[in-house]
Design a protein around this ligand. Structure first.
Ligand SMILES: [Cu+2]
Length: 285
């Protein structure tokens, strides 16, 4: 049997391409014109400025991936339907199509550059250390947390059943110096979209800038030993006035005595390597 090349059908192919382009453009235009807010794609918008930067980056990546994914799937489906086997004729063979090869090399490179630059910009925002008067030392240890405040008597200690509460002011840059006294721990606050290692012998510094008041849940996210799973703390974000009141409460004679006692407790906790004042029983209870 003689095989004859299939003749290209210029006009219908062009019209199919146009329909395909319209099919992609319409939903995108619809979403843009409706002015609806972008979904979070499974992420939390965050209650800190740096967490929000990471959230917007995630949204950008997700939208980009969705558009490219839809485009690629569309092209595959188009090729499957338009170039399905219609007979024994050999389809038109195309190779060494230089403009096409340049396009599918340059476009992915541009996409990678855009993602890279967006990531660097976001990382610089997250890692920025603006000057601030509020400076908190977060100490992680097996198995608990303690928080002390530079140039202040204030201190936050807790126990396994009564998590320590790190108090910080809202709408303020707060410098955190994070360290560990024993093994590697993880400082993680879900609502802040933030996680950082607490490393023994290393001062890990970062800035938290909370955008709303409230109580936020924190926990260790690095498997650090037997009682890792109960290594909790809380972050209480308060107004500037409430924060000042809280700080001054440690400056009265009673407040100073409380702070001194808490410092002693924290010192003992940090070297004990046991769950701090735990009431959890490993027996029949
Ligand atoms: Cu830990």
């Amino acid at each position: 049997m003689e095989l004859t090349p299939q003749t290209p059908k210029g006009a219908p192919a062009k019209s199919r391409l146009r329909r395909l382009a319209i099919a992609f453009a319409l939903p995108i235009a619809g979403i843009s014109l409706s002015g609806c807010t972008l979904p979070g794609f499974g992420a939390h918008q965050s209650d800190t400025t740096t967490g929000q930067s990471a959230y917007y980056l995630w949204q950008g990546f997700s939208v980009g991936a969705a558009i490219i994914g839809a485009f690629v799937i569309g092209l595959i489906l188009y090729a499957v339907v338009a170039y399905r086997r219609k007979g024994d004729a050999i389809p038109k063979q195309t190779q060494y199509h230089v403009p096409l090869e340049i396009i599918y090399t340059v476009i992915p490179i541009l996409i990678v550059i855009v993602l890279f630059v967006a990531t660097i910009i976001t990382e610089n925002k997250v890692l920025a250390m603006p000057k601030t008067d509020v400076s908190i030392n977060a100490n992680a240890f097996q198995w608990g947390w303690g928080f002390t405040y530079d140039n202040q008597n204030a201190i936050a200690v807790g126990s396994t059943t009564d998590s320590p509460v790190m108090v910080m002011p809202v709408d303020t840059d707060v410098k955190i110096t994070l360290t560990s006294t024993d093994v590697v721990h993880g400082f993680y606050v879900r609502d802040f979209n933030f996680s950082r290692y607490a490393l023994p012998g290393v001062d890990n510094q970062f800035t938290l800038h909370a955008t709303k008041t409230g109580m936020f849940f924190g926990q260790c996210t690095q498997l650090c030993g037997l009682y890792h799973s109960i290594m909790y703390y809380k972050v209480k974000v308060v107004t500037q006035a409430e924060y000042q009141t809280w700080l001054s409460s440690f400056n009265t004679p009673e407040g100073k005595a409380t702070a001194d006692a808490a410092k002693k407790v924290l010192k003992e906790q940090m070297s004990a390597h046991v769950p701090v004042k735990t009431e959890i029983s490993r027996g029949a209870n």
